[in-house]
Design a protein around this ligand. Structure first.
Ligand SMILES: *Cc1c(COP(=O)(O)O)cnc(C)c1O
Length: 274
């Protein structure tokens, strides 16, 4: 087929009809799978939030899903610069989640300078929590966002050395307490895990994933020790492309799905926002 692009001015955000159709169909099948998994839960509950993980994918892919009538709202990104660039280009109605490894020296900028930032999911130290709290306080009102910045504490549920996150027994309670007591501009929204690849590959709706059980136990422990109930009770952010249905059956409140919606990601040095 002849490409028509060469004869046109390059548009910042050209939406290809074919790509849009693929993305909408992928999103719709993930949504259906979420609905089915939710219906298998023993207690009746609403479907979890779906964060569409768009890291290393172009801004046009995000716009295709954020356009009516679909207007998907929650998108997740792993790299600060990429997130800030996308958040500047795309409508401020998107709710951005930072889900990547968090470096202390970038926390202030993340909280202060990212338009429409909705949540930071990878908080794993008191220092980083304090810096996010400070950055949110320095934020200009035209950057969007609510009174408090939602944060999730990342928990290392698999015990792998290379994974970031606090330990699920003691540290998680301490860090959650610190955020609640010492970070007035942060709202402790929940706990998050990535988990071991091998365990997610073995996860089916019938085969329970140890990482998810571990995170659920950590959440219950924090809720109990800090007496968090109702609006304050913590959420579980767990489940990705390989294992989101199993995570939902174990009570996940938020799944983060990338590849199943957007396809395989390019290497980082080949990724382009525009
Ligand atoms: C990349 C990423 C995801 C999405 O992974 P997929 O396997 O592509 O669905 C979810 N959570 C985190 C923290 C990630 O870094």
């Amino acid at each position: 087929m002849m490409s028509q692009e060469s004869s046109e001015q390059p548009t910042i955000m050209a939406l290809s009809p074919a790509r849009t159709t693929t993305l909408l169909s992928n999103l719709s099948s993930v949504t259906t799978r979420i609905t089915i998994a939710t219906s298998k839960c023993t207690t009746s509950r609403s479907a979890p939030r779906l964060v569409a993980v768009s890291k290393l994918k172009p801004a046009s892919d995000i716009l295709a899903l954020h356009t009516p009538p679909t207007t998907h709202l929650h998108f997740g990104e792993n790299y600060l610069q990429e997130l800030q660039e996308k958040a500047r280009l795309l409508p401020p109605t998107i709710k951005w989640h930072f889900i990547g490894g968090l470096q202390s020296n970038k926390c202030v900028s993340l909280a202060r300078d990212t338009r429409a930032l909705w949540a930071v999911e990878s908080v794993d130290s008191e220092k980083k929590a304090s810096l996010l709290d400070k950055g949110w306080g320095d934020r200009k009102s035209d950057m969007g966002g609510e009174e408090k910045l939602r944060v999730f504490v990342q928990v290392n549920t698999s015990g792998e050395e290379a994974k970031s996150g606090v330990d699920p027994a003691q540290e998680v309670v301490g860090l959650c307490r610190f955020i609640r007591e010492k970070c007035p501009r942060l709202k402790l929204q929940g706990v998050m895990t990535i988990g071991a690849i091998a365990r997610s590959k073995a996860t089916t709706p019938e085969n329970e994933n140890e990482d998810f059980i571990c995170l659920k136990e950590a959440k219950d422990r924090v809720n109990k020790e800090l007496v968090l109930e109702g609006e304050d009770a913590l959420e579980l952010s767990m489940g990705m492309s390989e294992d989101f249905e199993g995570a939902i059956v174990l009570g996940s409140d938020e799944v983060r799905v990338g590849t199943t919606i957007f396809g395989d990601r390019p290497p980082k040095d080949q990724a382009r926002v525009v």
